[in-house]
Design a protein around this ligand. Structure first.
Ligand SMILES: C[S@@+](CC[C@H](N)C(=O)[O-])C[C@H]1O[C@@H](n2cnc3c(N)ncnc32)[C@H](O)[C@@H]1O
Length: 267
């Protein structure tokens, strides 16, 4: 039985004998091992080659606590907050703190877009608005083909809510938008267990900010929103508490920067 499992796993597992052994002995299901191998291969590829310095005038990822480090940001200096905070559990006070931070750092026409899990909507929406931002709308991020299970509610969900808030008084500058954004076909979990889709992040950034404006993600994770910001010609500031994850974010963003080309009409 173990040998058969190993044979099945062998093509993908050759690079990692330890993992292969765990599959062969049945302590790690093949279904779990495959994505783990994909993840390791993607990380190895990402970190191969020389370390690239991020140009500070264009992009930075600070490692540390978002609420402490964000003190360095001047009032009204951010055009768009796009973020996906940790949901629930010990992180419940994240919502009012994020609401206050956003109200302070957003420019007068600034927008905050926050990914929120369905289970946390009642607490999250109240907390976010407590900082003084105006509630604007809830948009949908539709999952392209995937139906993740929310066991606590016996639901297979096909969409994620995103809360949109604005500085009070900026109504006239609100762009028109269709409130449905769609993920990439395959969920991107290779760099972070909670990695979000790049395509829908790009669409949100394009709709709610302008080229060269500053996009801020205080819960950067593996830097998906930083990559999206660079790919759409914006500046980006991220904060991530976990040191290895912050390093992954820097590497992904550096790679995006190396591939990004300034549009021909840029001044
Ligand atoms: C849901 S994940 C973000 C995933 C990200 N959108 C991506 O696509 O990779 C939230 C991240 O916030 C980080 N985090 C949690 N609390 C934090 C804090 N107080 N300051 C900075 N980062 C924090 C976690 O380490 C985690 O990586």
């Amino acid at each position: 039985m173990g040998k058969r499992r190993y044979e099945l796993a062998r093509p993908g597992l050759a690079a990692d004998p330890g993992l292969a052994e765990r599959v062969a002995t049945g302590t790690l299901p093949l279904l779990v091992a495959r994505p783990e191998l994909e993840r390791r291969a993607a990380l190895a590829q990402l970190t191969a080659g020389p370390t690239v310095e991020l140009p500070a005038e264009r992009v930075a990822v600070w490692q540390g606590d978002a609420f402490q480090l964000a003190d360095r940001l001047p009032d009204g200096s951010v055009d768009l907050i796009l973020t996906d905070p940790p949901w629930g559990g010990a992180a419940l006070d994240v919502w009012p703190r994020l609401g206050q931070l956003a109200a302070r750092v957003l420019a007068p026409a600034g927008v905050a877009i926050v990914y929120v899990g369905h289970l946390h909507l009642p607490v999250a929406l109240g907390g976010l608005a407590a900082g003084g931002l105006d509630w604007w709308w809830a948009a949908t991020i539709a999952f392209h083909g995937a139906h993740p299970a929310v066991r606590a509610r016996r639901v297979r969900t096909r969409w994620r809510p995103v809360a949109i808030l604005r500085q009070p008084g900026s109504r006239s500058e609100t762009p028109w938008f269709v409130d449905l954004f769609v993920t990439d076909p395959k969920p991107e979990k290779r760099f972070h267990a909670w990695g979000q889709s790049l395509g829908s992040a790009r669409s949100l950034i394009e709709r709610f900010s302008l080229p060269r404006q500053l996009v801020f993600d205080p819960f950067t994770g593996a830097g998906t929103f930083g990559v999206a910001a660079i790919e759409t010609g914006r500046r980006f500031l991220g904060i991530e508490r976990d040191p290895p994850t912050a390093e992954i974010a820097r590497s992904r963003i550096a790679r995006a920067l190396a591939e990004w080309e300034e549009p021909a009409d840029a001044g």
